[in-house]
Structure formats: C-alpha cells, structure tokens
Design a protein around this ligand. Structure first.
Ligand SMILES: CC(C)(COP(=O)(O)OP(=O)(O)OC[C@H]1O[C@@H](n2cnc3c(N)ncnc32)[C@H](O)[C@@H]1OP(=O)(O)O)[C@@H](O)C(=O)NCCC(=O)NCCS
Length: 471
C-alpha cells in the first residue's frame, strides 16, 4: 500500500515537474531548467537575494518564536533533540530518513539524471540539487561534470605532505592532511586578506568549495594507491563523470562498481546539520575559516568510530564473524556472536542512530542494489542475516533507542564484492561524499551571512543551583 502510494505520489510529482510547477514540500523553487541555463554559479547568484530576504523576514516576523524547551538531559546528553542549527540542504525525519532539499532517496533515484538509462543518480546532479533546490537537467549535470574536471588539478605540495607520513598512517589522517595542504590555494583567504566586503563572501567560498569538491577524489585516490597499490597512481579520465572517475582512479572500472560509486557518493553526501562532521564543518566555518579548514575539521570528526569510521568497523566485525564461525554461520551462532560483542562492552557497529528510529533508507537502497547486482554474495547474505538477528537483541537490551541498521551496516559488503576490500580506507570514501553536502551548506552560510556559532555552556554547580532555585 505504502509503496503504491509512493509510486502515485512520484508520478504526480513527475507530471508536476513536466508542467514546470514550483512547489514540492519544502522545495520552494523546484522546476526543470532550460537546457541553456548551464552555469551553477549564476543560478545561485540569482537565488541569493530572494533567500536573504526570506531569512530576514523569518527573523523579523518570528525571531522570538519558541521552538521547545531545553532540558538538563539535553545539556548533558550531547544536545540530542535540541533544535539549534539552520541547515538548508537536507532534513532528517526520525522515521522516514533523509530528504535532500525535500526529495527522498527513492525520489532522487527517479528524478536525478543518471549515466545510464534507469541507473543510479549522478552525484553532480545531487550537488546541483543541494545548492539550488532544483532538479537539474542532464545537460546541466554534464556541464557541472566538466566544470569539476577543469578544477581538479592538485598541486604537487599536497602529495609531498601526504608522502611525509609512513604508509601505515591511517588513510583518514593522510586524507585530512591532503585537504589541509589544498588550503594553501584558498581563494577565500586571499580575498579576506584583501578586504572583501561581507556581502561578497559567498563568491570566493563558492570557488573554494567547487575546487575542493573537484580535488578531494584525486587526493583520496592518491592515498588509496599509495597505501595499498605501491603508489601506482591512476590518472583522471576526463571523459568520466565524478563518481565513475573516482572509482577509475582508485583502480575499479567494472561498470557495476561505477554505478555503486555514483550511488555511494550521492547517499553519503549530506545528513542534515547536527551530525558530528556536518556540525563541525559548520562550526569551524562560522569563525570565517575557509572551506578547506572547515572541511578538514569535519573529516577529523568523521574519523571517529561512532560516526564515519563505523563503516570500517562493520566490515572488520563481519570479517571477524566469518573468521570465527565460517561463511555458513547459523542464526544461533550469529546471535551468540552478537551477544559476545555486547558482553565485551562493545557496540554492534552499523546499528543504532542518534536521530533515526527506523531502518535507514540509505541502508535500504544499498540492500536493493545488492539484491539487483550481487544477490549471492556471501557477505551480503550475512548482512541480511544480521538484519534479522541484531534488532531483536538490541531491543532486548532495553536501552538502545534505535535497534535498526544504519548506512554503515551495508556499504562495506558492497565495496568488498567489487574488490575494494581494505576496510581501513572506507571512511575516506565517506569523506569524499560529505564534501558535497558540507560545502553546499557552507556557501549558503556565507550567502545568508550566518553568524559565529557560540552556544552557552554551564557547569554542574550551575545546573544544581539553577534546578534547586527553579524547583
Ligand atoms: C550511532 C550511535 C552512536 C548513536 O548513539 P546514541 O544516540 O547515544 O544512541 P542511544 O541513545 O540509542 O544509546 C543508548 C544506549 O544504547 C547503546 N547503543 C546504541 N546503539 C548500540 C549498538 N549498536 N550496539 C550496542 N549498544 C548500542 C549506547 O551505547 C547507549 O548505551 P549507554 O547508555 O550504556 O552509553 C550508537 O547507536 C552506536 O554506537 N552505534 C554503533 C556505531 C555506528 O554504527 N555508528 C554509525 C552511525 S551512522
């Protein structure tokens, strides 16, 4: 029923798009563009004054409107559930999952241009959507692909900075260092030093962001080839789109792997503003640090095991299951293994979420990809078995708020299938994808003139005496 309703909604949406209408939920200006309108920067430039006025009006009309109460639990509990950030590019619903500018993942899969008919969305299309709120035409996406290619040259000193590390250094450390080294070419920093007025901040931020997005796959692929393939670097293929070229530079040219990479980059790009990496990027950028400094900070947050490193942890954990119990593990053996993990004081990686309360739709679309392309893969079958076994056990624990799998529960099994078996590298792939979301929002931070972030902190003394007085 739900599925049919989804299909009907989608066909209605499609016909509305065909009629060039402009409203879908929160997407205020969604409409198909004319083929000649290919320049992303000028699209943004047109939109910015309207959005600035919109924010001004929200401030003047509703600035004092209350959005809920802050409890002591929220202050102690990592600000869970506290509404405190403006983030335009995506919104996360606890039950439904992520929507990019109002579009769910299945809607993006239907509506965004693909490289092959009926194929996975091109990440460039998602980038266009995140930045403008509009679904781009194939021509616009192709123009953006070319633009990113033209910006992708990485200066030599970046490689030298990475080469200063032993190859044993964690790939995320090498990757984040590469991003820091790219910072030397920041247009924002140069413009700021020359006294650019605040109203123009978004322009060099746009340049930096597009350069950064274009260059991170090159840096990331360099790290991979350096660490795992004796430094035999594969150069960029200018005929390929963003996701396919990234896969090619890593050394994977199977057409199915190219599709997987397009899907991977698209679904990992953004997850509203409060997660550790997005929030870190936004926070650091609020000090007017340029996009490279902000994004490198975000990557350091992504490298934590409760956040982006979970994809590494999942595959290592799954492989440890196989090592101990073999590939034909029974349901009973798997239950025992899960309990063994929990009883040793560890979390089951790939399950649970700070906001989501249902199966992550990013998990679901990867599962659909696996069912289509690799249904007999033994690790995929184990991942499917975990889907049955883990949620009831986590529910039995009685404290886990969301027992369902998240995005990281699935990605490793897919990558492993196509030969990208080095789990320690996985978070770098996540990092490349996140550049799309974090940088898109950062451009809007500057365009809207969002201020320095500075929440109030308190001590335990303060909490005790405040609560005593208020009791
Ligand atoms: C994602 C995560 C960090 C969210 O944390 P959170 O918002 O604090 O989650 P909850 O409110 O449900 O946590 C309540 C308790 O359940 C535990 N819990 C949550 N998920 C768990 C899991 N997958 N395995 C075991 N215990 C888990 C927490 O550790 C916490 O225990 P504590 O009170 O003893 O500290 C958490 O679910 C987790 O550690 N998952 C595994 C790592 C992972 O997959 N991360 C990627 C996220 S996309």
């Amino acid at each position: 029923m739900g599925f049919l309703r989804g299909i009907t909604a989608l066909s209605k949406l499609r016909s509305r798009l065909g009629q060039q209408t402009t409203q879908l939920g929160s997407v205020r200006w969604l409409q198909i563009q004319s083929a000649s309108d290919l320049d992303l920067r000028s699209q943004l430039k047109d939109q910015i004054p309207e959005q600035q006025e919109r924010l001004k009006k929200i401030k003047s009309d509703s600035g004092k409107f209350q959005l809920g109460n802050i409890t002591v639990d929220m202050v102690i509990g990592g600000m869970r559930g506290m509404t405190g950030l403006l983030w335009e590019t995506s919104l996360l619903d606890p039950d439904e999952g992520i929507r990019f500018r109002g579009l769910s993942i299945p809607e993006c899969q239907k509506l965004l241009p693909a490289a092959i008919p009926g194929g996975e969305p091109l990440p460039e299309g998602l980038l266009w959507l995140l930045l403008t709120g509009k679904v781009p035409s194939k021509e616009q996406v192709d123009a953006l692909s070319k633009e990113l290619q033209s910006r992708s040259a990485v200066p030599d000193h970046v490689y030298k900075a990475i080469d200063a590390f032993p190859v044993t250094a964690h790939p995320m450390t090498q990757f984040a260092t590469g991003v820091m080294a790219l910072q030397v070419e920041s247009e924002f920093q140069k413009a700021y030093d020359q006294g650019i007025p605040k109203s123009k901040f978004w322009e060099p931020t746009y340049e930096d962001s597009m350069n950064l997005i274009a260059r991170v796959p090159v840096v990331a692929a360099y790290v991979y080839r350096r660490v795992y393939k004796d430094g035999r670097v594969i150069s960029t293929d200018k005929s390929l789109d963003y996701g396919a070229n990234f896969s090619h530079m890593l050394g994977f040219d199977d057409p199915k792997m190219l599709e997987l990479m397009r899907l991977y980059v698209t679904i990992h790009s953004d997850h509203e503003g409060g997660n550790v990496s997005a929030h870190t990027g936004h926070l650091v950028a609020s000090a007017l640090s340029d996009p490279y400094l902000s994004f490198a900070a975000a990557l350091n947050g992504l490298a934590g095991p409760l956040h982006g490193l979970a994809n590494q942890e999942v595959l290592l954990w799954i492989k440890s299951v196989v090592k101990e119990c073999g590939e034909n593990i029974t349901t009973e053996q798997l239950k025992e293994y899960v309990w063994k993990t929990l009883n040793s004081g560890k979390v089951v990686p790939g399950f649970g979420h700070g906001v989501l309360r249902k199966t992550d739709p990013r998990y679901t679309c990867q599962r659909e990809f696996a069912l289509k392309h690799l249904p007999d893969d033994p690790l995929f079958q184990l991942v499917s078995k975990l889907y049955e076994v883990v949620p009831p056990i986590l529910t039995d624990l009685g404290k886990v708020k969301n027992p369902w799998p998240n995005v990281d529960a699935h990605s490793g099994a897919l990558l492993n299938h196509f030969g990208l078996t080095e789990a320690r590298y996985y978070t770098v792939l996540f990092g490349v994808s996140r550049s799309l979301g974090i940088c898109s929002q950062l451009i809007w931070d500057r365009a809207l003139g969002l201020p320095l972030e500075r929440p109030k902190s308190v001590t335990m003394d303060w909490l005790e005496s405040h609560c005593k007085k208020s009791a």
